[in-house]
Structures are given as structure tokens and as C-alpha cells.
Design a protein around this ligand. Structure first.
Ligand code: HEC
Length: 136
């Protein structure tokens, strides 16, 4: 009898553990540094976006938006595809900052000194990189 209870408890534990693993929050890993990606030719808007991105975002989001160890996530990543993080998410991130929720890098502070137009250009640049790498 005692043995039966023990087995039942173990089985219950196994179910709970399986559910916990299955339902755990996704913590996608950054693209490894030096990862190869396709760099597309940039139109004028995208090229302006790259200049602003390199000045204001690359310190955390890395060169070509590939992320930077200990600083920030890659934006050339499936979770930032347009249907999940639309263009508005970029304006919001720059204006208000971002509470850490997808990654273990901490919060993103608001970024000063960019107009909405600048951010639009940045989005065009990031979308061009995403498209060239199958993220759309
Ligand atoms: C000081 C570091 C830092 C800088 C500078 C920075 N970011 Fe971020 N950003 C982060 C971190 C960290 C996250 C991830 C937060 C999380 O865990 O989801 C993030 C997330 C984002 C997101 C996702 C927002 C969301 O809704 O989940 C966007 C979009 C973004 N950044 C755009 C930008 C742009 C554009 C710039 C430059 C204008 C920029 N970031 C500059 C650190 C930074």
C-alpha cells in the first residue's frame, strides 16, 4: 500500500516536472559572435538607418544587429520578425526603453537624440537585414 502511494507520488512529480520544462519561458540564445549572415545591398533609407543604428544601437545590439555578449540581443532574430515586433515596437523601445522580458541582458534604457524619422530609417535597415536572412 505504502509502495503504491510512493509510486503515485513519483508519477505525479514526473508529470509536474515535464509540464514545468514544457511551459518554461523561452530564452532564445543569441546568435554566436561572428555568425555568418547575408548583408544585403542597402537603399538610401536603409543606409541612413545603418548610420543611426551604428551610432545608437550597435553598442548593445551588435554590428549588423547580431547582438553583443553581455550587452543586448540580436535584432536579426525570429522573435523580432515584423509580425511579432512591428515597426511601432521600435519607436516605443527607443522612446520608453524596454523592460527585460525575452532575454537575460537587463532593461534597455530609452535612447536619446533620435527623431521618429531616424527610427523609421533604423527599422528599414533592420528589416532589410532580417529579410536577407529569411526573417519576415
Ligand atoms: C544599453 C543597451 C541598449 C541600447 C543602446 C539599445 N538597446 Fe534595444 N534592447 C536592449 C536590450 C537588453 C533589449 C532586450 C530586452 C528584453 O529582454 O526583451 C532590447 C530590446 C529592443 C527591442 C525589442 C523591444 C520589445 O518590444 O521587446 C527593440 C525593437 C530594440 N531594442 C531596438 C533598439 C534600437 C532601435 C536601438 C537604437 C536606437 C536600441 N535598441 C538600443 C538594449 C539596448
Amino acid at each position: 500500500m505504502a509502495m503504491k502511494k510512493y509510486v503515485a507520488a513519483l508519477a505525479a512529480l514526473a508529470v509536474v516536472a515535464t509540464l514545468a520544462v514544457w511551459m518554461r519561458p523561452q530564452r532564445p540564445q543569441p546568435v554566436p559572435a561572428g555568425a555568418e549572415i547575408n548583408i544585403p545591398p542597402l537603399n538610401e533609407t536603409e543606409a541612413l538607418g545603418k548610420i543611426a543604428f551604428d551610432a545608437k544601437c550597435a553598442a548593445c545590439h551588435g554590428e549588423n544587429g547580431l547582438g553583443k555578449d553581455g550587452a543586448g540581443p540580436p535584432l536579426i532574430h525570429k522573435i523580432y520578425e515584423p509580425s511579432h515586433h512591428g515597426d511601432y515596437a521600435f519607436q516605443m523601445a527607443v522612446t520608453n526603453g524596454v523592460q527585460s522580458h525575452h532575454w537575460p541582458f537587463g532593461n534597455m534604457p530609452p535612447v536619446e537624440g533620435l527623431t521618429q524619422g531616424d527610427v523609421k530609417n533604423i527599422v528599414s535597415y533592420v528589416r532589410a537585414l532580417q529579410r536577407a536572412n529569411g526573417i519576415q
